[in-house]
Design a protein around this ligand. Sequence first.
Ligand code: SF4
Ligand code: SF4
Length: 252
Amino acid sequence: MITDKFIDHFNEKQVKPHFQITLDGYREKHDEVRFVTKTKGSYFTIINNIKKLVENEMFVRLRINYTDENLTNIYKIADDLPIKDKELIKDYLLIDFHRVWQNSKVDDINIIVDKNIERIKEKGFRTKNSTYNSENVKGSCYADKHNSAVVNYNGDIYKCTARDFKTENREGYINENGKIVWENNSFEKRMNAKFHNEPCLTCRLLAICNGCCSQQALEHLGKENFCIYAFDEKEKDKVIKTRVDLIMNDQG
Ligand code: SF4
Ligand code: SF4
């Protein structure tokens, strides 16, 4: 979707938008699921567009959605981003790893991810592993924030971006005066959905895990107890390790 005309337009208007652009694995794996035609994948188009945006000083969060099946050679993505100016890479590109939630299970895949991340870092890129994010309170999902709304092309309003943008799923719409109208009390329902999951209330991780996002909370409301780390104490330890690493890195 990103063209030179699009980039020129923002440059002319002196607007510097931020982008989140996803890859679903390295070349072949990505192209298996994100293709234009049976013989044409989207990997190189996406890579070229990221390069153009960064070179135009537009910030890109390159989100790598990984599973235990698409991790092969994932560190090589960095080799396909031939941005010569190291300062631009530092200021305008963040490579952010997220495990696909449908693929979450208790295993040691994080060790492989960490090794890949290290290799990417060695090439001068900024990286983040958001799977064991330890800043879910300060940095909660935008859907959990009061002042965030997702506007679809037709004026439908949503909060979460990880579900289908079907009109029957919308949480509101923009009226003729440009105001957001939330439907069926959806805004209040979402904002009040959190902290009803009993195990979270006595969990040692609550203060950095934040329970879960509002979408998960809504979907589990009134249903069985749940934990985004499958109640596995070793998985929770990995989040604490991320936190400790963060503190140690801050302290230089
Ligand atoms: S609300 Fe949850 S599922 Fe939706 S975008 Fe945020 S983190 Fe993802
Ligand atoms: S680790 Fe699990 S039980 Fe603990 S706060 Fe997070 S979601 Fe709740």
